[in-house]
Design a protein around this ligand. Structure first.
Ligand code: GLU
Length: 306
Protein backbone atom coordinates (compact mmCIF):
# COMPACT_ATOMS: atom_id res chain seq x y z
CA UNK A 1 0.00 0.00 0.00
CA UNK A 2 1.28 3.52 -0.73
CA UNK A 3 1.57 5.96 2.16
CA UNK A 4 -1.28 8.01 0.68
CA UNK A 5 -3.45 4.89 0.76
CA UNK A 6 -2.33 4.12 4.34
CA UNK A 7 -3.28 7.56 5.68
CA UNK A 8 -6.60 7.41 3.81
CA UNK A 9 -7.38 3.99 5.29
CA UNK A 10 -6.36 5.12 8.79
CA UNK A 11 -8.74 8.06 8.47
CA UNK A 12 -11.57 5.70 7.45
CA UNK A 13 -10.82 3.37 10.33
CA UNK A 14 -10.92 6.10 12.98
CA UNK A 15 -13.90 8.04 11.67
CA UNK A 16 -16.24 6.30 14.17
CA UNK A 17 -13.95 7.37 17.03
CA UNK A 18 -14.05 11.07 16.17
CA UNK A 19 -15.91 13.17 18.69
CA UNK A 20 -15.27 10.66 21.49
CA UNK A 21 -13.34 11.82 24.52
CA UNK A 22 -13.47 15.31 26.00
CA UNK A 23 -12.07 18.53 24.61
CA UNK A 24 -9.79 20.23 27.18
CA UNK A 25 -11.86 22.91 28.82
CA UNK A 26 -9.60 24.18 31.60
CA UNK A 27 -8.21 26.65 29.08
CA UNK A 28 -11.36 28.51 27.90
CA UNK A 29 -10.01 29.27 24.42
CA UNK A 30 -9.40 25.55 23.82
CA UNK A 31 -12.91 24.59 24.87
CA UNK A 32 -14.28 26.27 21.75
CA UNK A 33 -12.49 23.94 19.31
CA UNK A 34 -14.69 21.81 17.03
CA UNK A 35 -14.43 18.24 18.41
CA UNK A 36 -15.11 16.68 15.00
CA UNK A 37 -11.77 17.78 13.55
CA UNK A 38 -9.30 15.11 12.51
CA UNK A 39 -6.03 15.51 10.66
CA UNK A 40 -3.15 13.18 9.77
CA UNK A 41 0.14 14.09 8.12
CA UNK A 42 3.18 11.96 7.41
CA UNK A 43 6.37 13.78 6.38
CA UNK A 44 9.01 11.45 4.95
CA UNK A 45 12.78 11.93 4.83
CA UNK A 46 12.72 12.45 1.05
CA UNK A 47 10.56 15.55 1.55
CA UNK A 48 7.27 13.78 0.75
CA UNK A 49 4.07 14.73 2.57
CA UNK A 50 1.04 12.46 2.86
CA UNK A 51 -2.09 13.89 4.42
CA UNK A 52 -5.72 13.15 5.18
CA UNK A 53 -8.62 15.03 6.76
CA UNK A 54 -8.02 18.46 8.30
CA UNK A 55 -4.24 18.15 8.01
CA UNK A 56 -3.78 21.71 6.79
CA UNK A 57 -5.80 23.42 9.52
CA UNK A 58 -3.77 25.03 12.32
CA UNK A 59 -4.49 23.99 15.93
CA UNK A 60 -2.99 24.74 19.34
CA UNK A 61 -0.04 22.36 19.69
CA UNK A 62 0.19 22.94 23.47
CA UNK A 63 2.64 20.50 25.06
CA UNK A 64 3.94 19.22 21.75
CA UNK A 65 5.91 22.49 21.81
CA UNK A 66 7.95 21.05 24.69
CA UNK A 67 9.89 18.88 22.26
CA UNK A 68 11.04 21.94 20.32
CA UNK A 69 11.88 24.12 23.31
CA UNK A 70 13.92 21.24 24.74
CA UNK A 71 15.86 20.96 21.47
CA UNK A 72 16.46 24.72 21.49
CA UNK A 73 17.52 24.81 25.15
CA UNK A 74 19.92 21.86 24.75
CA UNK A 75 21.54 23.72 21.88
CA UNK A 76 22.09 26.69 24.20
CA UNK A 77 23.16 25.25 27.52
CA UNK A 78 23.98 21.65 26.57
CA UNK A 79 23.96 18.97 29.23
CA UNK A 80 23.92 21.55 32.06
CA UNK A 81 20.17 21.50 31.50
CA UNK A 82 20.02 18.16 33.33
CA UNK A 83 21.06 19.78 36.59
CA UNK A 84 17.67 21.46 36.72
CA UNK A 85 15.40 18.85 35.12
CA UNK A 86 15.31 15.05 35.45
CA UNK A 87 14.90 12.37 32.81
CA UNK A 88 12.51 9.91 34.40
CA UNK A 89 8.85 9.28 33.62
CA UNK A 90 6.77 10.94 36.29
CA UNK A 91 3.92 8.47 36.58
CA UNK A 92 1.78 11.39 37.69
CA UNK A 93 -0.43 13.95 35.97
CA UNK A 94 1.16 16.57 33.72
CA UNK A 95 0.44 19.38 36.18
CA UNK A 96 1.09 17.54 39.46
CA UNK A 97 2.78 19.42 42.28
CA UNK A 98 3.15 16.57 44.79
CA UNK A 99 6.27 15.01 43.30
CA UNK A 100 8.04 18.39 43.20
CA UNK A 101 7.79 18.75 46.95
CA UNK A 102 9.34 15.34 47.55
CA UNK A 103 12.07 15.86 44.98
CA UNK A 104 13.35 19.28 46.08
CA UNK A 105 11.82 21.29 43.28
CA UNK A 106 13.55 19.40 40.43
CA UNK A 107 10.91 18.28 37.93
CA UNK A 108 11.03 14.66 36.81
CA UNK A 109 11.38 15.41 33.09
CA UNK A 110 11.13 18.25 30.54
CA UNK A 111 7.72 17.14 29.23
CA UNK A 112 5.61 17.61 32.33
CA UNK A 113 4.55 21.21 32.92
CA UNK A 114 7.04 21.87 35.72
CA UNK A 115 9.93 20.60 33.58
CA UNK A 116 8.84 22.59 30.55
CA UNK A 117 8.56 25.74 32.66
CA UNK A 118 12.19 25.24 33.72
CA UNK A 119 13.15 24.82 30.05
CA UNK A 120 11.32 28.10 29.26
CA UNK A 121 13.28 29.73 32.08
CA UNK A 122 16.55 28.41 30.64
CA UNK A 123 15.63 29.90 27.25
CA UNK A 124 14.67 33.19 28.88
CA UNK A 125 18.11 33.35 30.53
CA UNK A 126 17.46 36.69 32.16
CA UNK A 127 16.25 38.28 28.91
CA UNK A 128 12.90 39.68 27.85
CA UNK A 129 9.97 37.30 27.40
CA UNK A 130 8.97 38.86 24.06
CA UNK A 131 12.41 38.19 22.60
CA UNK A 132 12.50 34.61 23.85
CA UNK A 133 9.03 33.98 22.46
CA UNK A 134 10.15 35.43 19.12
CA UNK A 135 13.18 33.15 19.16
CA UNK A 136 10.99 30.08 19.77
CA UNK A 137 8.62 31.16 16.99
CA UNK A 138 11.42 31.66 14.50
CA UNK A 139 12.86 28.23 15.42
CA UNK A 140 9.49 26.64 14.63
CA UNK A 141 9.20 28.59 11.39
CA UNK A 142 12.62 27.42 10.33
CA UNK A 143 11.85 23.79 11.21
CA UNK A 144 8.45 23.86 9.51
CA UNK A 145 10.06 25.73 6.60
CA UNK A 146 7.08 28.01 6.73
CA UNK A 147 6.97 31.65 7.83
CA UNK A 148 3.22 31.58 8.37
CA UNK A 149 3.57 29.53 11.59
CA UNK A 150 2.10 31.70 14.35
CA UNK A 151 1.28 31.97 18.03
CA UNK A 152 -2.41 32.26 18.89
CA UNK A 153 -2.50 35.34 21.12
CA UNK A 154 -6.01 34.53 22.34
CA UNK A 155 -4.96 31.08 23.56
CA UNK A 156 -1.87 32.53 25.26
CA UNK A 157 -3.99 35.15 27.04
CA UNK A 158 -6.56 32.54 28.03
CA UNK A 159 -3.83 30.37 29.57
CA UNK A 160 -2.34 33.29 31.44
CA UNK A 161 -5.75 34.20 32.88
CA UNK A 162 -6.52 30.71 34.13
CA UNK A 163 -3.07 29.22 34.70
CA UNK A 164 -3.28 28.99 38.47
CA UNK A 165 -1.65 25.59 38.61
CA UNK A 166 1.22 26.60 36.38
CA UNK A 167 1.66 29.69 38.51
CA UNK A 168 1.81 27.48 41.60
CA UNK A 169 4.34 25.14 40.01
CA UNK A 170 6.53 28.04 38.93
CA UNK A 171 6.37 29.77 42.31
CA UNK A 172 7.07 26.51 44.08
CA UNK A 173 10.15 25.90 41.95
CA UNK A 174 11.26 29.49 42.41
CA UNK A 175 11.25 28.85 46.16
CA UNK A 176 13.59 25.90 45.58
CA UNK A 177 15.85 27.97 43.29
CA UNK A 178 15.07 25.92 40.17
CA UNK A 179 13.72 29.01 38.36
CA UNK A 180 16.08 31.95 37.80
CA UNK A 181 13.91 34.58 36.12
CA UNK A 182 10.93 36.48 37.49
CA UNK A 183 8.09 33.92 37.58
CA UNK A 184 5.83 36.17 35.49
CA UNK A 185 8.42 36.40 32.70
CA UNK A 186 9.13 32.68 32.67
CA UNK A 187 5.42 31.88 32.50
CA UNK A 188 4.89 34.46 29.77
CA UNK A 189 7.33 32.47 27.62
CA UNK A 190 5.75 29.16 28.62
CA UNK A 191 2.19 30.26 27.82
CA UNK A 192 3.21 31.62 24.44
CA UNK A 193 5.08 28.47 23.43
CA UNK A 194 2.04 26.38 24.36
CA UNK A 195 -0.10 28.65 22.16
CA UNK A 196 1.93 27.89 19.04
CA UNK A 197 -0.50 27.10 16.28
CA UNK A 198 0.51 24.62 13.56
CA UNK A 199 -1.27 22.30 11.18
CA UNK A 200 -0.48 18.57 11.14
CA UNK A 201 1.41 19.14 7.88
CA UNK A 202 3.56 21.87 9.45
CA UNK A 203 4.08 19.91 12.67
CA UNK A 204 5.19 16.72 10.90
CA UNK A 205 7.58 18.76 8.76
CA UNK A 206 8.94 20.52 11.87
CA UNK A 207 9.64 17.19 13.59
CA UNK A 208 11.46 15.65 10.64
CA UNK A 209 14.94 16.37 12.02
CA UNK A 210 14.21 13.97 14.86
CA UNK A 211 13.62 11.16 12.36
CA UNK A 212 16.91 11.97 10.64
CA UNK A 213 19.56 11.96 13.40
CA UNK A 214 19.17 15.68 14.10
CA UNK A 215 19.53 16.97 10.52
CA UNK A 216 16.66 18.49 8.53
CA UNK A 217 16.70 16.10 5.57
CA UNK A 218 15.24 18.67 3.18
CA UNK A 219 17.41 21.72 3.89
CA UNK A 220 20.33 19.53 5.11
CA UNK A 221 20.79 21.88 8.08
CA UNK A 222 21.81 20.32 11.37
CA UNK A 223 19.31 21.19 14.11
CA UNK A 224 20.73 19.18 17.02
CA UNK A 225 23.65 16.78 17.41
CA UNK A 226 22.89 13.17 16.53
CA UNK A 227 23.14 11.93 20.10
CA UNK A 228 20.73 14.69 21.20
CA UNK A 229 18.15 13.66 18.62
CA UNK A 230 18.42 10.13 19.95
CA UNK A 231 17.99 11.33 23.53
CA UNK A 232 15.01 13.57 22.71
CA UNK A 233 13.37 10.56 21.05
CA UNK A 234 14.11 8.47 24.15
CA UNK A 235 12.42 11.08 26.33
CA UNK A 236 9.43 11.25 24.00
CA UNK A 237 9.08 7.49 24.27
CA UNK A 238 9.39 7.36 28.05
CA UNK A 239 7.75 10.67 29.06
CA UNK A 240 5.81 12.03 26.07
CA UNK A 241 2.31 10.99 27.08
CA UNK A 242 2.03 12.08 30.70
CA UNK A 243 1.25 9.12 32.94
CA UNK A 244 0.09 7.07 29.93
CA UNK A 245 3.54 7.01 28.30
CA UNK A 246 3.94 3.28 28.88
CA UNK A 247 0.60 2.59 27.27
CA UNK A 248 1.50 4.68 24.20
CA UNK A 249 4.83 2.83 23.83
CA UNK A 250 2.97 -0.47 24.12
CA UNK A 251 0.29 0.45 21.59
CA UNK A 252 2.25 2.52 19.06
CA UNK A 253 5.94 1.72 19.63
CA UNK A 254 7.21 5.11 18.47
CA UNK A 255 8.52 8.15 20.35
CA UNK A 256 5.59 10.55 20.66
CA UNK A 257 4.58 13.79 22.35
CA UNK A 258 1.00 14.77 22.92
CA UNK A 259 -0.69 18.04 23.85
CA UNK A 260 -4.05 18.90 25.38
CA UNK A 261 -5.04 20.57 22.09
CA UNK A 262 -5.43 17.00 20.77
CA UNK A 263 -2.25 16.92 18.72
CA UNK A 264 0.43 14.22 18.79
CA UNK A 265 3.82 14.22 17.07
CA UNK A 266 5.33 10.78 16.57
CA UNK A 267 8.76 9.95 15.17
CA UNK A 268 9.62 6.89 13.09
CA UNK A 269 13.45 7.12 13.12
CA UNK A 270 15.00 6.77 9.67
CA UNK A 271 11.60 7.02 8.04
CA UNK A 272 9.19 9.81 8.88
CA UNK A 273 7.60 12.24 11.30
CA UNK A 274 3.86 11.88 11.82
CA UNK A 275 1.40 14.42 13.23
CA UNK A 276 -2.21 13.71 14.11
CA UNK A 277 -4.88 15.99 15.54
CA UNK A 278 -8.26 15.20 17.06
CA UNK A 279 -9.38 17.39 20.00
CA UNK A 280 -11.31 14.77 22.03
CA UNK A 281 -9.02 13.60 24.87
CA UNK A 282 -9.01 10.30 26.75
CA UNK A 283 -8.82 10.11 30.55
CA UNK A 284 -5.05 10.61 30.49
CA UNK A 285 -5.36 13.85 28.49
CA UNK A 286 -4.14 12.37 25.20
CA UNK A 287 -6.06 12.52 21.92
CA UNK A 288 -8.44 9.54 21.83
CA UNK A 289 -8.80 9.21 18.05
CA UNK A 290 -5.24 10.47 17.46
CA UNK A 291 -3.75 7.66 19.53
CA UNK A 292 -5.81 5.07 17.67
CA UNK A 293 -4.77 6.65 14.36
CA UNK A 294 -1.10 6.26 15.28
CA UNK A 295 -1.67 2.71 16.47
CA UNK A 296 -3.26 1.85 13.10
CA UNK A 297 -0.60 3.67 11.13
CA UNK A 298 2.20 1.87 12.98
CA UNK A 299 0.46 -1.46 12.36
CA UNK A 300 -0.08 -0.80 8.64
CA UNK A 301 3.47 0.44 8.01
CA UNK A 302 5.25 -1.88 10.44
CA UNK A 303 7.02 1.21 11.88
CA UNK A 304 8.17 0.61 15.43
CA UNK A 305 11.43 1.13 17.23
CA UNK A 306 11.12 -2.33 18.74
N1 GLU B 1 -0.55 24.88 28.29
C1 GLU B 1 -1.04 23.68 28.89
C2 GLU B 1 -0.86 23.76 30.38
O1 GLU B 1 0.16 24.24 30.81
C3 GLU B 1 -0.30 22.54 28.29
C4 GLU B 1 -0.79 21.25 28.77
C5 GLU B 1 -0.49 20.13 27.85
O2 GLU B 1 -0.65 20.21 26.63
O3 GLU B 1 -0.08 19.10 28.39
O4 GLU B 1 -1.67 23.35 31.14
Amino acid sequence: MTLDAVVASVLDRITPEIGQGRVADYIPALARVDPSKIGIAVATLDGGLHTAGDAHEAFSIQSVSKVFTLALALGKVGSDLWQRVGREPSGSAFNSIVQLERESGIPRNPFINAGAIVVSDILLAGGRPKETTAEILSFLRRLADDDTVAIDAEVAASEAETGYRNLSLANFMKAFGTIDGPVADTLDVYFHQCALSLSCAQLARAGLFLANRGVDPVTRQRVVAEYRARRINALMMTCGHYDASGDFAFRVGLPGKSGVGGGILAIAPGRAAVAVWSPGLNDSGNSHAGTIALEELARETGWSVF
